[in-house]
Design a protein around this ligand. Sequence first.
Ligand SMILES: *[C@@H]1O[C@H](CO)[C@@H](O)[C@H](O)[C@H]1NC(C)=O
Ligand SMILES: *[C@@H]1O[C@H](CO)[C@@H](O)[C@H](O)[C@H]1NC(C)=O
Length: 465
Amino acid sequence: MRARSKHRKSTTWGCNAWSRVSMSTVVWSLIGCLLMLHLYSIVRQRDTIGGIRLHTSHHILLRELEAVEEEDIQIPPPKGKRSPHAAKRRPKRKTTLIDEFLDENSQLRNVFFPDEKTAIDPMKDVGDDSFYYFPARIWLDTEGNPIQAHGGGILYDDRSDMYYWYGEYKDGPTYQAHKDGPARVDIIGVGCYSSKDLWTWKNEGLVLAAEEKNETHDLHKSNVLERPKVIYNERTGKYVMWMHIDDANYTKASVGIAISDYPTGPFDYLYSKRPHGFESRDMTIFRDDDGVAYLIYSSEDNSELHIGPLTDDYLDVTNVMRQILIKQHREAPALFKHEGTYYMVTSGCTGWAPNEAMVHAADSIMGPWETMGNPCIGGNKMFRLTTFFAQSTFVVPLPGLPGFFIFMADRWNPPDLRDSRYVWLPLVVGGAADLPFEYSFGFPLWSRVSIYWHRKWKLPDVWKG
Ligand SMILES: *[C@@H]1O[C@H](CO)[C@@H](O)[C@H](O)[C@H]1NC(C)=O
Ligand SMILES: *[C@@H]1O[C@H](CO)[C@@H](O)[C@H](O)[C@H]1NC(C)=O
């Protein structure tokens, strides 16, 4: 109630011009509205994370991670004179940070793709930098090799009490299959790394390898294997991998399924199909608390997402499917759940170039899904409009830290895809959403999802992997 006495002091109520009265009415109405909103969000916080005490400790732990960190990156002046030929060809447009990012010869190259000298090496004594994530730096495994797990996802396996990171193993040359074709690396396979602390990663090898000779096989090296994700099936005791399977021109647009008795493979490749008879490109799978798993995929020329439950053995889709985020052109879905609400981060569709992330929420996983806006905070405007020059791939829940997640993204490097980097950042669910929804009478229905930029950060010390 401090606002009230302050207000009294600074306002003279005696000789009132009408304008002053209406001004103060407006101010009071505004304060009233803000109070209502604040109360509403407190009530909601109490509801959603079960009590103020947790809310407070949650905040102390995460204060550092929720600090807004700014970046000031200047675009360098052009290097020397452009050849008259190039000057003629190039439209006179201001160079943007995205141009610099995509330019292999940019003077900023080392800002976006720091060199080996700055690599994160968990086996070296790095003193105070232990356990720190440095987004976009080269990240070495326990044998000193750069981690190869792009477009990846993480499985927490409670049978071995280990985290497993699966992703595209892309340690091969980048080339174009034909003129105007997208940059590609031949399929090598799915890499797997294990960790207890989510920082020190041991290479478990290729758990699903490319097919070298059989040209009609889905995994023939000339094809495409992207975004592998693994979940465990309690009923069958099998680890099940789903992935995007395509040909070099992205016309096959299918999902592939593989299975193993162990998280470290080897996985047996079963088959591919177009789920529900539709094109399927970027995809992910999500296992809900009740054991039902879902496939989410970009379809209809990437203009919408489809979602549907898997069969009990997780080896196929059922015939239930909903079209969501229609005409929103989203890909790279990463789904997570907090206090009964489902959230999803997606990217736009601009090939390897970075673009703006959006977060979506739903009370029921099958929808309706509502778009809540851009979750990125900090960096600078370009960082926020490009998802920190990266693309979503997965969101890791951290048991013991409700409302706190690791956002995993890929900073693709189209001229040399094997050297694409990982951008891991803290993702926090809490506070009022930016955009109220049409049917919510101006009140936000869901909590805000925030992804905070940090040059370096680590998990709170209380968190033990
Ligand atoms: C090649 O792969 C196809 C598709 O998986 C399979 O049907 C065929 O038997 C394979 N051929 C050989 C020689 O393994
Ligand atoms: C991909 O497209 C190119 C150019 O249209 C064509 O030459 C090539 O045969 C296609 N490849 C496949 C695998 O469809």
